[in-house]
Ligand binder design. Structure first.
Ligand code: ZN
Length: 430
């Protein structure tokens, strides 16, 4: 029988039974092992005996990034430190990093989840996986590598950047899978075209971590590299790291590993569940995590709820693409805008290439103005650019209900990045 990392359940009721067992275990474990959680649960008047059905998750108190910072350096710890075998930290930009602890079993569970990602992407032990993401204190590189080795494929731990070496490995080692940020994927795709390497490499799949990518950018990368498929891998350090789900080859949403965590998608204001198709904040409760369990952790990541099953037949449920973080929300002339909305909007229009930038500034009249710089497809005429400019401005007015100036640039005019690209420039001051 083929080795599989998929859960050993055949229908939704079995999955829910498994989730209920895990939820009861987590609340019991957190209550017993963590003074922080015991205090929090006591204050909310709930305890291990309160969990009788999956609905009872809604009676549990929320946990936030602030709780993690306050508990520095070992927040949410629910086991003795002697059982902790590793820590990772998020690459946060301000103040103290979020540090998360792992037991041996936590590392094994993470490895299993990540191997499942590769399995869902159709990666096999015959594949060679070039891992071009960061190694170190954060979870990226080591996560991609653990999962690859667990699956049995060949890991090429290249690390980020160093385009010459990446190209050389693609050619000499005949890597079939490349793991990187979407920005790095674009950079590599354009480099492969520039160096005329396409006929000399064996790349079939790209797996993107930690950055949103619009359809226009994905189409350009796929065309330039001649790929079979590309996948988004979500994840955050608080919840093990990357590898907690994957969009399957049908690309109808991102399957998430519901046998490892419960996902609620809630309105960030009311904290009530959003309806099917609506956008809300991802709130996660782990089912097996030992060292730093999460109970209703507010991730600040925004996504759309998807209630329908995927046509691939896998019973693991779906959520939408990550649209950005609620902290990244821009308020422009009284309208709330999430950065991911630009990806979505630009993906719907033909004639657009991959990169764009949004500039916000305040003029002498005290009003805010938005300029959108967008790259068009190579070889577009001036007339076409004018049409495109108008079409984008119209779409923004219709979908975001704001006015903006649009500048159309030739493909390749905006900067490329080996890590994550900055696309929103808020120059309005305070
Ligand atoms: Zn699917």
């Amino acid at each position: 029988m083929k080795k599989t990392f998929m859960p050993d359940v055949t229908d939704l009721s079995q999955l829910q039974e498994h989730q209920l067992k895990g939820l009861k275990w987590t609340v019991q474990h957190a209550y017993q092992g963590s003074p922080f959680y015991r205090k929090r649960l006591d204050a909310a008047g709930v305890g291990p005996d309160s969990i009788r059905s999956l609905e009872d998750v809604r009676r549990l108190p929320f946990t936030t990034a602030d709780d993690l910072r306050k508990g520095y350096p070992f927040p949410l710890l629910a086991v003795d430190l002697s059982r902790v075998v590793r820590i990772h930290a998020s690459s946060g930009t301000t103040g103290k990093k979020k540090v998360l602890a792992y037991t041996r079993k936590d590392i094994e569970d993470w490895q299993h989840m990540f191997a499942r990602c590769y399995e869902m992407a159709g990666v096999t032990p015959m594949d060679r996986v070039q891992i071009a993401v960061g190694y170190g204190i954060w979870t990226a590189g080591v996560g991609f590598q653990l999962g690859c080795e667990r699956l049995g494929a060949m890991a090429v731990p290249a690390g980020p950047g160093n385009i010459d070496m990446q190209c050389q490995f693609l050619e000499d080692l005949q890597s079939t899978v490349l793991c990187c940020t979407a920005s790095m994927g674009l950079l590599m795709a354009e480099e492969i075209e520039r160096r005329r390497l396409r006929g000399k490499i064996a790349l079939k799949k790209l797996i993107f971590g930690s950055e949103r990518s619009g359809d226009a950018m994905r189409a350009r990368i796929r065309d330039l590299m001649g790929l079979e498929d590309m996948f988004d891998i979500p994840g955050m350090t608080e919840l093990y790291g990357p590898g907690t789900g994957l969009d399957c080859p049908k690309h109808e949403g991102i399957h998430y590993w519901a046998d490892y965590y419960i996902l609620e998608i809630l309105d960030p204001e009311t904290l009530e569940p959003v309806a099917d198709g609506e956008t809300g904040e991802m709130v996660v409760t782990t089912l097996k995590k030992e060292a730093a369990p999460l109970i209703r952790y507010r991730t600040r990541d925004l996504t759309q709820r998807i209630d329908r099953p995927c046509s691939c037949g896998n019973i693991l449920p779906l959520h939408g693409r990550i649209l950005g973080r609620s902290d990244d929300m821009i308020i422009f002339r009284g309208v709330n805008i999430y950065p991911g909305q630009f990806d979505q909007l630009l993906s719907q229009l033909p004639g657009i290439s991959c990169e764009y930038q949004v500039h916000l500034r305040r003029e002498a009249d005290g009003k805010d103005y938005m300029t959108l710089k967008v790259e068009c497809r190579p070889g577009a005429s001036e007339d076409l650019k004018d049409d495109l400019s108008k079409a984008i401005a119209d779409a923004i007015k219709k979908q975001m209900m704001v006015r903006c100036n649009v500048e159309i640039l030739d493909c390749g005019c905006l900067p490329r990045s080996e890590r994550k690209s900055k696309r929103i420039f808020d120059e309005r001051g305070q």
